[in-house]
Design a protein around this ligand. Structure first.
Ligand SMILES: NC(=O)c1ccc[n+]([C@@H]2O[C@H](COP(=O)([O-])OP(=O)(O)OC[C@H]3O[C@@H](n4cnc5c(N)ncnc54)[C@H](OP(=O)(O)O)[C@@H]3O)[C@@H](O)[C@H]2O)c1
Length: 276
């Protein structure tokens, strides 16, 4: 596993991460205390950690924070990069602080590495939200601040609302099947040294099924389609894909996305093949 410096000179973060959003039905069941497939999911996260992944993404609404806590127990906390999110109806100062404290309890830790606003909320001033985020950084409960599902305009607003600590990361849908953010957000983040956590990196698994020309290209590198799709994301300097994998087999396969690279020509072929 290769690592990228978070924010240019921050901690080493594995270039492949792990997402832990299972699905809406899973979340509803988790709220009732039923963590479906708990042992299999924990095993999958542990397989990722054993393979060198240290970036784990969760959220207060996913219901997966307790699973993450169980999976990382026994590992050196300082080597793990834990990212979680605050839901959009908890963006007033008091709510945000309470949400973070609850996430810390569920994650069984005293800090998170990255705290992200899950979705914007126009009903709450971004200065209030970012001010609360900065308080949490000052208290040592949060290391880095991020936002998710923000437009470029909202990202700029969030960044400008921060007084002492920078905006370290943006989390958005990004994959070979969804490249809309390349025209503005990716160049902006690169220029500003902001990391981009790419969710839906496998387009919900669709990119893992091989097709014609793409299959041939994958064969040339001796890789699977999932590995090709994740490697394409990794090739961008500030991008960190966070595929969800609920089985050890998928996590192990995704580890093989790191440590090699395609030629520029083949990357272009891959892009063209998927645009057909
Ligand atoms: N910020 C946001 O609003 C937001 C929204 C959505 C998601 N996210 C984050 O992004 C993560 C990823 O998104 P996602 O889970 O919806 O989409 P995804 O990672 O693009 O796709 C996940 C699907 O791909 C399958 N898969 C994983 N590795 C595979 C492999 N090697 N071969 C074949 N299939 C494979 C998974 O199956 P198995 O699970 O059966 O292994 C799952 O069905 C989430 O878990 C979450 O942390 C954030």
């Amino acid at each position: 596993m290769l690592y990228k410096k978070f924010g240019g000179d921050g901690p080493d973060v594995s270039e492949v991460g792990m997402g832990t959003y299972y699905d809406a039905g899973w979340i509803v069941a988790a709220r009732m205390g039923w963590l479906r497939g708990r042992q299999q999911k924990i095993k999958a996260i542990k397989a990722g950690l054993e393979g060198g992944i240290n970036l784990i993404d969760t959220a207060e609404i996913y219901g997966s924070e307790p699973l993450v806590a169980e999976a990382i127990a026994g590992y050196d906390r300082r080597k793990i990069f834990l990212a979680t999110k605050v839901w959009s109806n908890h963006l007033h100062r008091g709510h945000l602080i309470r949400s973070l404290n609850r996430s810390l309890e569920r994650l069984k830790t005293d800090y998170v590495d990255l705290y992200q606003v899950h979705f914007p909320n126009r009903g709450v001033s971004i200065s209030e939200t970012m001010g609360a985020m900065e308080e949490l950084v000052d208290q040592g409960k949060v290391r880095f601040i991020g936002v998710s599902n923000f437009s470029l305009e909202s990202i700029i607003e969030a960044k400008s609302a921060l007084r002492k600590h920078g905006l370290a990361a943006v989390q958005l849908s990004y994959s070979l099947a969804n490249r809309g953010i390349e025209k503005d957000i990716i160049p902006y983040c690169e220029k500003e040294g902001i990391m981009l956590l790419a969710y839906y990196p496998l387009a919900h698994g669709r990119l893992a099924s091989a097709r014609g020309d793409v299959q041939e290209l994958a064969r040339k590198y001796g890789r699977t389609m999932a590995q090709m799709a994740l490697n394409w994301l990794i090739s961008k300097p500030n991008v960190l894909p966070i595929p969800r994998a609920s089985t050890e087999e998928h996590v192990t396969e995704n580890l093989g996305a790191s440590g090699w690279s395609m030629s520029d020509d083949d990357r272009a072929l891959l892009e063209a093949a998927l645009q057909k």
